[in-house]
Design a protein around this ligand. Structure first.
Ligand code: FES
Length: 81
């Protein structure tokens, strides 16, 4: 389970100290980066051995392909056996 998303920013986002916990997006799908907006629910069903490519709006999966970095059964590792 991995995904490719498009980021336009080229620098950091400053987060001032908060009184309450803040949740930073770890999935890359939030429309309110760097904060989580709940969009991670979209990737809950992603297969662990598949690479997902989302559209520029991070709304729709436009491509899936085997994730060569996932799992021990990659073609590269098989050729080394
Ligand atoms: S972790 Fe990315 S939107 Fe919640």
């Amino acid at each position: 389970m991995a995904r490719l998303v498009r980021f336009d920013r080229t620098g950091p986002i400053k987060i001032e100290p908060q009184d309450k916990p803040v949740f930073i997006c770890g999935c890359g799908l939030s429309q309110n980066l760097p904060f989580c907006d709940g969009a991670h629910k979209t990737c809950r069903g992603e297969d662990p051995d598949t690479l997902y490519v989302y559209d520029a709006d991070r709304q729709t999966v436009v491509e899936t392909r085997p994730d060569s970095a996932a799992g021990p059964d990659t073609d590269e590792e098989k050729s080394n056996e």
